[in-house]
Unconditional design. Structure first.
Length: 69
């Protein structure tokens, strides 16, 4: 089953930027909470732009892979 951000109302989502992100507005992702089983992600520079929505397990695997590099 394909997940689309248009299937979810993210207008009231609470977005969080990584504590590793600098204050310069550089290359940062924000992650939203409150969607059980899903992890919405967006580019912090274009907050009004599109969001990608991942299943929790897929996001966890991605983060685990990043930590290994």
């Amino acid at each position: 089953m394909k997940i689309s951000s248009s299937d979810y109302d993210l207008a009231t989502a609470t977005w969080h930027k990584s504590s590793y992100s600098g204050g310069d507005g550089g290359n940062c992702l924000e992650v939203a909470e409150g969607s059980p089983g899903l992890v919405p992600v967006r580019d912090s520079k274009t907050a009004d732009g599109p969001a990608l929505v991942f299943r929790t397990a897929a996001w966890a695997a991605f983060v685990t892979g990043l930590k290994r590099t």
